[in-house]
Design a protein around this ligand. Sequence first.
Ligand SMILES: [Zn+2]
Ligand SMILES: [Zn+2]
Length: 111
Amino acid sequence: MKKKCKNCPPRCEGGNKCSRKAEISKRNEFFLDIWRKNKHICENCGKWLGNEPLSYHFDHLLEKNKFPELKFEEFNIFLTCLDCHSRKTNGFISEIVQNRINQVKLKFNIL
Ligand SMILES: [Zn+2]
Ligand SMILES: [Zn+2]
């Protein structure tokens, strides 16, 4: 019998078929693609993000919990430094971020 993964839903088949691992590698590739295509600067404050992509650099403008259909949508990703990411998480939305959020809503017809 295959070993089930600890944090996986009961339907996970484990090993290479692990749904959570598949999701993570899909996400990493999605982020990496964006990382390669863009300048590594915070889109909010212009700070240099370095050469190494870290997960906090990629912020979902429309939250992935509320808009799972936009989870792998490039237009919904905002490159950000840690400071700006935490500020947004804490509810401080800058004008730049708000404009981008509005653009995403417009593009995907979200009211
Ligand atoms: Zn699993
Ligand atoms: Zn920043």
